[in-house]
Design a protein. Sequence first.
Length: 303
Amino acid sequence: MVPLLIIISFVVFALTLLIPGDPAVSLAGENATPERIDFVRSQLGLDKPLVERYLTWLWGVMRGDLGTSFMDGRTVSSGLSQRLPVSIGLASVTLLYASTVGVTAGVIAGRRAGGKTDRVVTLMTSMGLAIPHFWLGMLLILFVSLRLELLPAVGYVALTDNPVEWLKHLVIPAIALGSAVAAEIARQTRASVCNVMDQEFVRTAYAKGLGEREIALKHVLRPACIPVVTVIGLQAARLLSASVVIEQLFAIPGLGSLAYQSVFNRDFPVLQGVVLVSAVGVLLVNLMVDVTYSVIDPRVRAE
């Protein structure tokens, strides 16, 4: 993870140079003179060579200093510490919804492969993958919030302030963001369950006269979980990029909206901090997936 993070940090730092516009011009004002722009650029350290700027930034990151925002002068770490819990909360609710719906639908479809239930689940998963999450979010706002008035349309309430309102404000964004994730999990679960159902030990369990529920929970679900855990980990990483649009749509002050604002403001330190924290999150999710393998499958522990 350490060498990979170093490579990612350099790529992230270099890619910010591709963003159109000069933050020094934005900060200096519309009618600023070239001398004023050069002075602002010098104050921001943008006049130094790329390698020198990168090494300075990397040394700060290793000491826990992600830099200072160009726009408001606040430390990047303080901004991330306020936004990160919001994104973690949204991702957690989304993954809980997507995993519950996806695994349940996939197990039901896999146990009845080729039947009516399987065809219905396959149709629903295809729709879930095809519908853009931002369009689904707007439909949910229109019908659930504006017409039925069941849940809030936009905004955010901190978990520590009011847990019930926190959950209410995250239900619609989580459904919009997690429908495609649930569909992908359901398809992978179905394929994995179908594969396990053809194994000898499952047919032996049926021959012994065990019930459907017992066979599904004790003999089918656990061996089928390995590829399911993998796809859940991949979808968790995908949520980081998809949340940018959803957080903007629902006015949720998370990392996604912070990244969006930093791109348009040419606030390079904030953008670099957001992407670096997101990369660390992806690597930690992959590590958790690898550890989960050993918990689910005894053969991994034996190896």
